[in-house]
Design a protein around this ligand. Structure first.
Ligand code: SIN
Length: 364
């Protein structure tokens, strides 16, 4: 089954509701009558571009369809925007790495600098969509909307969720109301701030949540509205910028805490060259005494240690059960370990001072 025929199977019901949405959009700010916005799609792969070898059997390959296929599969995009496209990568996002991030940052920067481009949609796998969106949120110097979209079901699946996510994503990326809000992620009719979103389910279409501060907004077939803006620093207000000659980010390891955790993995990370360690702590960012001793020693030796939590929600504050002041640790605040890692990578490009890095964790 081709992607186009799969989407066609979704039937007239979706087509007619999308036509209705285009009309409603025309009454909004990004009006079709006043001239459609130009939205750039930057494609990186993922399940949204995934294909099942056999639609009746489990299993699929992420990153199988190209950006052209995705555009063809959602012909309604033409009603709401003029689309330009660029294939930045075509990978499953479990394979995301520094080189693709840096290439994507460059592509987004160049695209958004064009006066005619209103905003950008990045198609992306959901496994690391929270990491890429947060990386862009901290490094991209543009107020124009950037919206990452993914899908939990491959493009050839019955009831694929990708087409609607792309459609809503293009509407939001073309909307003046989305300007200045930082990088957004749109999945399952919900708009998330990059600093807030996390994946909470392995396969369900409702996998994305913003557990600490809630949603940025909601969409219903192209009718989108925003809630409160984020208080966190991002994009043009972020102090982090990456020049074109940077080829990789500082090495930061995540160590996952559990009952009986020894110092072995911490020592291995240091031996492998980590300049920073994020501990995905139990509870409120806690860990066993042997792990605490090893991290205390690491901090004394100039490795920056950040305490986050494996719990999935909540705030890791300073000096609750661990004496961060005495040990020279940083408390991750609301950032989960995978996002704490990214902020620490960028922080280490500027400083090794735990006090200055703690301030960054309060602000981003
Ligand atoms: C991926 O992250 O590329 C695979 C999983 C998905 O997109 O849902």
């Amino acid at each position: 089954m081709t992607l186009r025929s799969a989407v066609m199977l979704l039937g007239t019901a979706m087509m007619s509701s999308l036509t209705g949405a285009a009309v409603l959009l025309a009454s909004g700010a990004a009006s079709a009558q006043a001239g459609k916005p130009t939205v750039a799609i930057l494609a990186t792969g993922g399940t949204i571009a995934g294909k099942q070898p056999d639609p009746n059997a489990p299993g699929y390959k992420a990153g199988s369809f190209s950006i052209k296929d995705l555009e063809t599969a959602v012909p309604q995009l033409k009603d709401v925007a003029t689309i330009s496209g660029q294939q930045v990568a075509n990978i499953g996002s479990q394979n995301m790495h520094d080189a693709v991030w840096l290439k994507l940052l460059k592509a987004a920067t160049e695209t958004l600098a064009k006066p005619e481009v209103a905003g950008a949609v990045v198609t992306h796998g959901t496994d690391t969509i929270e990491e890429t969106s947060y990386f862009l949120n901290l490094t991209l110097k543009s107020d124009k909307p950037v919206v990452l979209v993914g899908a939990m079901r491959p493009a050839t699946a019955l009831s694929a969720d990708g087409p609607m996510n792309i459609y809503n994503g293009v509407v939001v990326a073309g909307s003046p109301q989305a300007k200045g809000r930082g990088v957004l992620v749109l999945m399952n009719d919900e708009i998330h701030y990059a600093a807030e979103i996390t994946k909470t389910d392995t396969t369900h279409p409702n996998a994305m949540k913003s557990p600490n501060r809630g949603l940025a907004g909601v969409c219903d077939t192209g009718k989108c509205r925003f809630f409160s803006p984020t208080e966190k620093r991002h994009t043009t207000k972020s102090e982090f910028s990456i020049s074109n000659d940077v080829t990789e980010l500082p090495d930061v390891a995540i160590v996952y805490a559990h009952a009986n955790l020894s110092s072995d993995l911490i020592e291995a990370a240091i031996k492998a060259g980590a300049r920073g360690i994020v501990i995905a702590g139990v509870g409120d960012g806690n860990m066993t005494d042997p792990a605490l001793d090893a991290l205390g020693k690491a901090a004394k030796d100039g490795i920056v240690v950040v305490r986050s939590a494996r719990v999935g929600k909540g705030v890791v504050k300073r000096n609750i059960e661990v004496d961060d002041d005495k040990l020279g640790f940083v408390a991750a605040q609301e950032l989960n370990p995978q996002k704490a890692r990214i902020l620490l990578q960028l922080a280490l490009m500027k400083t090794k001072d735990p006090g200055k890095i703690q301030k960054m964790f309060m602000e981003y």
